[in-house]
Design a protein around this ligand. Structure first.
Ligand SMILES: [Cu+2]
Length: 278
């Protein structure tokens, strides 16, 4: 078996593993003994996952290639097999190769990376806005166009209801309509936090005095997407989870109606403000 067929065999094994991980059905929450990423939800997460799978194949192929070279050199040029080592110090062909090939690999990686970066950066096609504020140690969600604002706290272990998850469930989730592109304005009130929902592939710092922008592409279907603050933010850092609850249009409208009564924000909604200015 020559080196090339060995490499292509290794590549096929890796691809099979990549497909295995990609196709395993995970919920939008971490699973015990989980390997790989959570199931992607929405276009951003799908693009991020396929980029990750491609990178996994490339880095594995490179690692195996380097390992194979090392093993070959150790065996072929060991003292007993090669008692008089050559004094070669330059080889133009191989020097060009080990410069050009890595450059080409980086280009292959850079093109989809930049595509994804610009895709994630483009918040102008979003349909609604939610302002997310990180606090020590809970999240606040504000719907500026609806005049709704509420805090979201961890559900204590002794208060867990049915289907609620220890350390991940919250009292008031961030409710969103399914099948919607949502712009997130993320800011902070005290120390640095980070809004991270793995299945939606959103991870963005929440910093006091600064507003960071991101967007999520919530797919169709009633589902909960779990996440956590992932910037070490103090003693209760582990106890400020995130739940994004996607509801169908009718349920969302009903939730909004109740929320407007229960969570009416003290501030004047931006739309009313604009109307009164005219
Ligand atoms: Cu935090």
């Amino acid at each position: 078996m020559n080196l090339r067929s060995l490499l292509s065999a290794a590549m096929s094994v890796m691809m099979a593993f990549g497909l295995l991980f990609a196709s395993t059905a995970f919920a939008a929450e971490p699973q015990p003994w989980q390997l790989g990423l959570q199931d992607p939800a929405g276009s951003i997460a799908e693009k991020a996952t396929s980029l990750h799978n491609m990178l996994l194949i490339i880095i594995t192929a490179i690692s195996l290639f380097v390992l194979a070279l090392l093993v070959y050199v150790c065996v072929r040029f060991r003292r007993s097999a090669n008692p008089n080592p050559s004094k070669t110090s330059h080889n133009t062909v191989i020097e060009i190769l080990w410069t050009v090939v890595p450059v080409l690999i980086l280009v292959v990686i850079a093109v989809p990376s930049f595509q994804l970066l610009y895709y994630m950066d483009k918040t102008k096609d979003t349909e609604m806005v939610i302002k997310v504020t990180g606090n020590q140690w809970y999240w606040n969600y504000e719907y500026p166009d609806e005049g709704v604002s509420f805090d979201s706290y961890l559900v204590d272990e002794e208060d867990l209801g049915e289907n609620e998850i220890r350390l991940l469930s919250v009292d008031n989730p961030m409710v969103v309509p399914a099948g919607t592109r949502i712009k997130l304005l993320v800011t902070g009130n005290d120390v640095m936090h980070s809004f991270f929902v793995p299945s939606l592939a959103v991870q963005i710092y929440s910093i006091a005095g600064r507003i960071n922008e991101a967007w999520i592409d919530v797919p169709e279907g009633t589902k909960k997407y779990y996440g956590q603050c992932n910037q070490i933010c103090g003693v209760n850092h582990a106890y400020m989870p995130i739940v994004v609850q996607a509801l169908n249009e009718a349920d969302y409208a009903e939730w909004l109606l109740n929320a407007k009564e229960e969570f009416a924000s003290a501030e004047v909604p931006s739309m009313t403000l604009m109307a009164s200015a005219n």
